[in-house]
Design a protein around this ligand. Structure first.
Ligand SMILES: Cc1cc2nc3c(=O)[nH]c(=O)nc-3n(C[C@H](O)[C@H](O)[C@H](O)COP(=O)(O)O)c2cc1C
Length: 165
């Protein structure tokens, strides 16, 4: 199964989790890169308002991909504007499965997952699994079990939610 993991990470936590998941699934990683990073206030405001921001060209076409994973930090209980832009650019996903991984300080996973889910379902894709990790778990290296459970759910293909505290 060919899995594509598209991730955005400002401070490295989501990158670590996405890389661990890619290692378990033998997945291809695509980094979502902003054309320009903004300051913290603008970041938070754009996320809060549900805006998009320009990203560098990267793989958005899902030809040859069997399963898409979006890995994103939670910003303002929502997702970064760069992730919204990536979601709007995805093509060739109709009928294909996707899963969602969010990384956060402590709250907002459900609403962030919901945003990603709705954007891809609107493109005819179908949701398989979601999970969240906490910044603290990434910092102390205890997120592995959660990623293993998500990888299992993706391999199985049934709908599931990994996590809880
Ligand atoms: C602009 C901004 C808004 C954030 N909003 C939230 C939030 O609503 N809930 C939360 O739990 N963490 C929030 N965080 C914390 C990040 O989700 C957390 O630090 C995460 O590990 C960052 O991932 P990264 O290192 O891949 O960038 C926010 C961080 C930033 C920069």
């Amino acid at each position: 199964m060919q899995v594509l993991i598209a991730y955005y990470s400002w401070q490295g936590h989501t990158a670590k989790v996405a890389q661990a998941l890619a290692g378990q699934l033998g997945a291809e990683l695509v980094q979502i890169e902003p054309v320009a990073e903004s300051g913290m206030f603008v970041k938070a405001m754009k996320a809060f308002l549900g805006l998009k921001s320009d990203i560098r060209p990267c793989r958005v076409d899902l030809a040859g991909v069997d399963h898409l994973v979006i890995a994103s930090p939670v910003w303002a209980h929502k997702v970064p504007p760069y992730v919204r832009e990536y979601l709007s650019r995805v093509t060739g996903g109709s009928g294909k499965p996707f899963s969602v991984l969010v990384e956060m300080g402590g709250s907002g996973a459900d609403s962030a997952i919901g945003i990603i889910r709705r954007a891809l379902e609107a493109k005819g894709m179908h949701f398989v699994a979601s999970a969240f990790t906490l910044e603290e778990q990434v910092n102390n290296g205890t997120f592995g079990d959660r990623i293993t459970s998500l990888a299992d759910a993706i391999r199985k293909g049934g709908t599931s939610q990994v996590g809880g505290r």
